[in-house]
Write a protein that binds this ligand. Structure first.
Ligand SMILES: Cc1cc2nc3c(=O)[nH]c(=O)nc-3n(C[C@H](O)[C@H](O)[C@H](O)COP(=O)(O)OP(=O)(O)OC[C@H]3O[C@@H](n4cnc5c(N)ncnc54)[C@H](O)[C@@H]3O)c2cc1C
Length: 516
């Protein structure tokens, strides 16, 4: 029976041996320590006296074969490896491992765009390809395909999708846009999922399933393998993009507004992932220094409620959708619709900064704005529960967030991402990352928020590494049957618990430090 690797940081001797062996395997410049660039693989918002979740080394393999060999070596050495692609999972811990002292296996060097298939509408990419990289490649050759982007364009397209990341246009549910993965399993062996199981399949990135259970989702929010190649589906570049906002000024207006959004999403009139932002005029709160309610209002959109939406496609289709939307908005007293229309091939210079995301153009506007207002020590932690599509939950979550921020001396922005049958709250809890007390308060506050929404039968879709067990424990049906099932999978594929132990609360048997 394979011994489980203890969930503790490696000793200095083990670390020194690990560094030498990885340098021999990958080359000295592919092994980073504190003096040679490890800093960017910490949680950027961990605070100056951070405890726990510290990476001990980072390694940067450049090929699939090197990833395979690195995992075999990690098993031999008995050390933990934590997967990171670009390593910019900011708000959720960056590249910081759950278990202290993990070796970050970072895939920035694997940054090739392997294929862009215009006819079938997909790209095959390595995990080091960012949203900005793929966009540049599409623009360079004027390929008429459009991508969905999250708020920041510097992340890995693969990792963001594996994390169930969310963008805002038609393919905004990024995990669903993945089709066909290449995965290195913890024993170093290689798997092609779906149609990729057939040697030289022409359909790997075109058709989701193969024969038997589809396993792609086992590698999302997971520690059962490292994805080294992914198919990402793209949409045909639309003739026209129309984007804009619907504003309402009354607190209770969110009821009819959300009701309309739900109906129009289910009916296919609204497209993508509309985002609702709340801006309560009476918001108070003080997170110290620049983290004031007044500054918070500077980064929020105008209106008590402000919904961003996008419409895409042939001109006549967009016009029809717009007409239906306008008629529906007219039924909501006081609601104001503002929209701007762009040609589908508009570039970054032709689209207003506020519309870049809806137009599928990667950018860093939001982060620049936040650091511009709050300063270079801007830090945040995200609270992202999945909620029933009902205005009552918008009110409840907004109140809960406000009370919690006041109690813990923090400030937070409240938004909702709208899917046809559910909402995801995008609550950005902001603090001065150079102030350890505020960093610690943010973690306690988010923990408290998770406990509160658990009372409603809800939980976050994604969580900071410091809180993953806490969130996994909310999935408690049948005495934690889900977590036990994950452990059985982990034991089968990685009995030593070498790969990313504890990621999303998934552990090998007997490995969870608190015993589960
Ligand atoms: C201001 C701001 C706005 C943001 N807005 C959004 C937004 O709109 N939408 C959104 O989704 N996120 C958002 N984020 C969060 C985050 O920045 C993005 O999700 C980002 O894309 C994640 O970083 P990354 O792509 O570098 O992933 P990484 O940090 O590289 O990876 C994230 C995680 O994915 C897993 N993983 C990574 N690579 C692999 C692999 N090859 N195989 C298996 N598992 C892997 C690991 O568990 C890893 O911890 C925002 C953050 C900030 C600061």
């Amino acid at each position: 029976m394979t011994a489980v690797i203890a969930p503790i940081a490696p000793s200095p001797e083990t670390l020194s041996r690990t560094r030498e062996r990885f340098a021999a395997l990958l080359g000295a410049d592919a092994v980073l320590n504190a003096d040679t660039g490890l800093g960017v693989f910490h949680d950027p918002f961990e605070g100056p006296q951070a405890q726990g979740h510290q990476p001990s080394l980072a390694i940067q393999p450049a090929t699939v074969e090197q990833v395979q060999e690195a995992l075999r070596l990690a098993r031999e050495l008995g050390i933990h490896v934590w997967t990171s692609s670009m390593g910019r999972n900011f708000g959720y811990g960056g590249s910081a491992p759950v278990v202290d002292g993990g070796v970050v296996l970072n895939l920035r060097r694997m940054n090739r765009i392997l294929d862009i298939d215009e006819r079938n509408g997909f790209a095959a990419i390595e995990p080091g390809v960012t949203f900005a990289d793929l966009y540049a490649a599409l623009r360079k050759d004027d390929i008429p395909l459009m991508m969905s982007v999250p708020d920041l364009g510097w992340g890995s397209m693969t990792a963001n999708a594996l994390e169930h990341g969310i963008g805002y246009n038609v393919l905004g549910d990024h995990a669903s846009a993945l089709c066909g993965l290449e995965v290195v399993l913890p024993d170093g062996s290689l798997l092609h999922t779906g149609q990729g199981g057939i040697p030289d399949s022409p359909l790997w990135h075109c058709h989701r399933r193969g024969f038997g259970p589809a396993v792609d989702d086992l590698f999302k929010q997971s520690n059962l393998g490292i994805v080294t190649k992914a198919g990402v589906q793209l949409m045909p570049r639309p003739e026209v993009i129309m984007t804009g906002t619907i504003r309402c000024e009354g607190k209770e207006d969110v009821g009819p507004l959300l009701d309309m959004v739900r109906r129009l999403l289910q009916a296919g009139v609204l497209q993508g992932v509309p985002m609702l932002v709340s801006s309560p005029p009476s918001a108070t709160g003080d997170g110290g220094g620049a983290f004031t309610a007044e500054n918070l209002r500077k980064v929020l959109r105008p209106g008590r409620w402000n919904l961003r939406f996008g419409l895409y496609g042939h001109e006549a289709l967009v016009a029809s959708r717009r007409a239906i939307l306008e008629a529906e908005v007219a039924k909501i007293p006081g609601a104001v619709l503002e929209a701007r229309t762009y040609a589908g091939d508009s570039g970054p210079d032709e689209v207003e900064p506020r519309d870049l995301i809806a137009a599928g153009i990667p950018n860093q506007v939001l982060l620049e704005r936040l650091t511009g207002v709050f300063g270079k020590n801007f830090g945040h932690m995200d609270f992202s529960p999945v909620l029933p599509f009902d205005a009552a939950y918008a009110h409840r979550t907004e109140s809960l967030l406000g009370e919690t921020m006041a109690r813990f001396g923090l400030i937070g922005a409240f938004g909702l991402l709208c899917f046809p049958r559910s909402m995801v709250s995008a609550s950005l809890i902001m603090f001065d990352a150079s102030d350890q007390a505020r960093v610690d308060a943010a973690r306690v506050a988010v923990r408290h928020l998770c406990d509160e929404v658990a009372g409603w039968g809800c939980a976050p879709y994604r969580a900071h590494v410091a809180l993953v067990d806490h969130v996994q424990d909310k999935f408690a049906y049948n005495d934690g049957a889900m977590a036990r099932f994950y452990t059985r999978l982990k034991d089968a594929l990685d009995p030593a618990g070498m790969l990313a132990p504890g990621n999303h609360g998934i552990w090998a048997s007997g490995q969870r430090p608190d015993g589960g």
